[in-house]
Design a binder for this molecule. Structure first.
Ligand code: HEC
Ligand code: HEC
Length: 342
């Protein structure tokens, strides 16, 4: 399987996640009134984010290299190459999940006034990103990671919006998201308004800043935290790996990136930087489902902060090896290399 077709599987992987999310929601949100009354939301304001060179630069960095917005909001090609290759204009959207009755579309987020967000106000865009509310007031399907993004700092949110607005408008002709009942109601419990200012952590505090990057902006746990068979993230296994991503019959599961001997306790800072920059762990090439090709342009300071934080998370004992034949793992319920050793 070529590198890019593996990368394409990112879409498929996210699609698998979405089914997981769906199940999680069905279990979690069977109580409460939100399903009947619609999502919690605040009214938008006419706040505008001024475009500055600093915001444009910061916005590009966050969108393309940390939050990986285009990893979902753009179609990839399937012909072998080693970095991400978009076959459509960046941000023009793609269908992420398409089943008989259930379709999830990451929409066009370019400034096109018809198919994109050209006519949205800045606050409507910001509210969608952090609070999970569409322009029409509906709850966005939580495959859009707003539950992580809700802690994006105000200034970073402004930079993201300013950057999105600066990009070329692209037209697209995508179907709309269609979520079947009762999930369509259950997801109303996911959005939560952000009513207070959100400050960025001190960049000189590597652990705190790394936490912000890992948990909020890059949401590494979206791929690296395993889920139970109802799709619910397993909090005691946070960042412990095990989510499967499949394409063309090849499945890889995410790695355990906690400081356990079964995880990456053997990494030091230079090793981590090298992995994130080259996609190689010493002699081993990582599957391109791990988006190192986007993270490789993160600054040394940010990657070091990510590593500093990863050193502080609880160690999870969970053996995984994608080079070994898959066996059933009783910890995450998945089949993966060394699963039977857990
Ligand atoms: C894991 C995949 C994923 C990532 C990463 C992601 N999104 Fe989304 N996004 C979605 C999906 C799916 C939807 C549509 C949900 C729906 O229709 O209910 C969406 C919806 C949106 C919307 C609402 C658009 C509309 O027309 O309703 C905006 C704005 C948006 N995303 C911006 C962003 C930005 C900015 C980033 C990065 C900071 C980002 N997204 C990262 C999957 C993703
Ligand atoms: C789209 C899903 C996805 C996201 C997002 C993601 N990863 Fe990964 N990551 C993977 C997969 C899949 C693998 C396993 C690849 C393999 O074994 O070939 C992996 C492997 C790794 C490895 C290699 C571990 C080893 O030695 O085997 C590291 C380190 C890592 N990821 C760190 C991170 C960090 C840090 C983040 C957030 C900044 C992150 N990943 C976000 C999917 C993801």
């Amino acid at each position: 399987m070529s590198a890019v077709s593996r990368r394409l599987a990112r879409g498929a992987g996210y699609a698998l996640l979405s089914v997981a999310v769906l199940l999680a929601l069905a279990i979690t949100f069977t109580v409460g009134w939100r399903p009947l009354f619609g999502p919690a939301k605040r009214a938008t304001t006419d706040q505008k984010f001024a475009s500055t060179p600093e915001r444009l630069q910061r916005g590009q960095y966050l969108v393309e290299h940390v939050a990986l917005c285009y990893g979902c909001h753009t179609r990839f090609d399937a012909k072998g190459r080693d970095t991400a290759v978009f076959v459509a204009p960046k941000g023009s959207g793609q269908v992420m999940l398409n089943q008989a009755d259930f379709r999830v579309v990451a929409p066009n987020i370019t400034p096109d006034s018809v198919s994109g967000i050209g006519n949205w106000t800045d606050d409507e865009i910001g509210r969608a990103i952090r609070e999970g509310i569409g322009r029409d007031g509906r709850a966005l399907f939580p495959m859009m990671p707003y539950e992580s993004f809700r802690n994006i700092a105000d200034e970073d949110l402004a930079s993201i919006v300013v950057y999105l607005r600066s990009q070329p408008a692209a037209q697209s002709n995508l179907p709309r998201t269609k979520v079947p009942f009762p999930v369509s109601r259950l997801i109303n419990s996911a959005p939560r308004p952000v009513n207070a200012p959100v400050a960025a952590p001190d960049p000189n505090n590597a652990v705190a800043y790394g936490k912000y990057l890992v948990e909020t902006v890059a949401h590494c746990g979206g791929c690296h935290t395993p889920r139970d068979n109802h799709g619910q993230p397993l909090p005691h296994m946070a960042l412990g790996g095990g989510n499967p991503f499949s394409e063309s019959g090849v499945t890889v599961v995410t790695a355990n990136i906690t400081p356990d001997p079964s995880g990456i306790s053997y990494y030091d800072q230079p090793t981590f930087l090298q992995v994130m920059r080259t996609g190689h762990v010493r002699g081993r090439k990582l599957n391109a489902m791990m988006p190192w090709w986007a993270y490789k342009d993160m600054t040394d300071a940010d990657l070091n902060a990510v590593f500093a934080y990863l050193r502080t998370v609880p160690a999870v004992r969970h053996r995984i090896d994608n080079t070994e034949p898959p066996t059933l793992c009783r910890l995450d319920g998945q089949k993966h290399g060394l699963g039977d050793k857990n």
